[in-house]
Design a protein around this ligand. Structure first.
Ligand code: NAD
Ligand code: 6OD
Length: 484
């Protein structure tokens, strides 16, 4: 049985309160997680604060950059360890984790180390009222001790997406991984120690949200800022905690993203793209498409083609040959997704395919499997169309005009992402301008350039990270005015 301990001040710390870590593929207990209480949170904050002013705080940027490259190299060297840890925690297809999750774990350290090394700050020269000259310039200092609160859907990718830039900017971090996926954050502690990241710079606390490590950490006055990825409702609770002390937050939250397919789109590419955006990672991607709008001339053909793609997805554990769909993360999440499958029926949906749990072999029968599901025929007011489900499902509706597609896409409280399929550049640009989202993909989906701004509008988030935008959150910019 594996034990996932907290990582505080360079040491793995056990506690006398543990909870079970279960495999999504069969619900077997695969580990025990040591839950951090207030004492461990206090210790981690003290360690992170001390490290801020110790060797780490005095280190040259060049040395910090070198160390972060070493972290990335060590993740690559231990690729298989990270891969197995992620697969055990999530049950996702091996091909997915090995092509996306783990490589991004390494890239997130490299890219932000290089950005910090190469991005200048502003500088202005001006005439002063007495006829002299002054030069002002910007100096970036770390924000301080950063709490990094993470979800379970892309555990290593989403954690390092915050830890990479935070450390590159000279901060120290305390990570609270999801209670569902403790493994890769813990493993990263070994990597940090191995490459010589000073003690206290990277800390990990395990536990839940309310009444546990998540709440204790985000309420802690020694935490300078909070970066969070997860549900919008949780973001509201964390924002209330951050209000005490007026501490900054960066939030990447939920979505109810629209995919828009115009009749002039490359049909096969659009079908393949929406298949990915609706079903990849078993629909557990915040950027995923749960609302699909297809221009009327190709609507019936598109529904039929997507149905065939969904039905061709092989459901199974990570290593099953040709597997396209893994399990959901937990029994609780499966119950939530299946409750929406029921709700869709009661709201009057036509179930094009799926709508339940698949029959699985006995050894996998306790896993959290659901069928990829497509609905049509619901009114826009239906809860299934309004609420984030976070499962492998989508509703498809027809539209006639560009204006109608824009209105449909925008009729949501969320504003995270959209994917637009058309061969007309003018249409693409107009849609990108008109849809209220942080991220608009055209003829693509989840195609990432880490130098670009990433984040959501409306209830989907606060702020942008990525490229220099990460520097804006993870540093304080001081202006220095020098009268010559
Ligand atoms: P969640 O909000 O339930 O949990 C996320 C983390 O917050 C966990 O570590 C949890 O323990 C912690 N937490 C919960 N309540 C807390 C509290 N009161 N105080 C402090 N910490 C608390 O989210 P989840 O179920 O793990 O992830 C799925 C959600 O994340 C979906 O809504 C999805 O859209 C969203 N998400 C968004 C993005 C994005 O980039 N916008 C990316 C991935 C996931
Ligand atoms: O690619 C990223 O940097 C990122 N933050 C992806 C988020 C995916 C949501 O599930």
């Amino acid at each position: 049985m594996k034990h996932f301990r907290n990582f505080i001040n360079g040491e793995f710390v056990a506690t006398n309160k543990t909870f079970e870590n279960r495999a999504p593929v069969d619900n077997r207990v695969i580990g025990l997680v040591h839950e951090a209480g207030q004492a461990e949170v206090d210790a981690a904050v003290a360690a992170a604060r001390a490290a801020l002013h110790g060797e780490w705080g005095r280190m040259t940027v060049a040395r910090r950059v070198e160390l972060l490259h070493a972290v990335a190299d060590e993740i690559v060297r231990r690729f298989d360890d990270f891969l197995e840890a992620e697969l055990a925690d999530t049950g996702k297809p091996r091909s997915l984790a090995s092509h996306i999750d783990i490589p991004r774990g390494a890239a997130n350290f490299k890219i932000f180390a290089d950005i910090v090394k190469n991005v200048p700050t502003e500088s202005f020269e001006m005439a002063t009222p007495d006829g002299g000259t002054a030069i002002s310039y910007g100096l970036r200092s770390p924000l301080g001790v950063v709490a990094v609160v993470c979800p379970w859907n892309l555990p290593l990718l989403l954690m390092t997406w915050k830890v990479g830039p935070a450390l590159a900017c000279g901060n120290t971090v305390i990570v609270k991984p999801s209670e569902e996926t403790p493994a890769t954050a813990t493993l990263l502690g070994e990597v940090m120690a191995h490459v010589g990241i000073p003690n206290g710079v990277y800390n990990v606390l395990h536990g839940f949200g309310p009444g546990s490590a998540g709440e204790y950490l985000t309420r802690h006055p020694g935490v300078s800022g909070i970066t969070f990825t997860g549900e919008t409702r949780t973001g509201e609770a964390i924002m209330a905690a951050a209000a005490k002390g007026v501490r900054p937050v960066s939030f990447e939250l939920g979505g109810k993203n629209a995919g828009i397919v115009f009749a002039d789109a490359d049909f096969d590419k659009a079908v393949a793209g929406i298949t990915r955006s609706a079903f990849e990672n078993c629909g557990q991607v915040c950027l995923g498409t749960e609302r699909v709008y297809v221009q009327r001339p190709i609507f019936d053909r598109f529904v039929q083609a997507l149905k065939e793609k969904a039905e061709a997805l092989r459901i199974g554990p990570s290593d099953e040959p040709g597997v396209g769909l893994g399990p959901l993360i937990s029994a609780e999440h499966k119950a939530k997704v299946l409750s929406y499958y029921e709700l869709a029926r009661s709201e009057g949906a036509t179930v094009v395919t799926g709508g339940g749990a698949p029959a699985m072999p006995t050894e996998l029968a306790d896993g959290h499997w659901v069928q990829p599901t497509i609905w049509t025929g619901l009114p826009e007011s239906a809860r299934v169309i309004r609420e984030e489900i976070f499962g492998p499902c989508c509703h498809i509706a027809p539209f006639d005009t560009e204006e109608e597609a824009i209105a449909l896409a925008n009729a949501t409280d969320y504003g995270l992402a959209t994917t637009v399929w058309t061969q007309d550049l003018g249409t693409a640009h107009r849609m990108a301008r008109a849809i209220d989202v942080g991220l608009c993909w055209v003829n693509s989906w989840f195609l990432r350039d880490l130098r670009t701004a990433f984040g959501g509008s409306k209830a989907s988030g606060i702020g942008r990270e990525g490229g220099v935008h990460s520097l804006e959150f993870y540093t304080e910019l001081r202006n220095v005015m020098v009268k010559l």
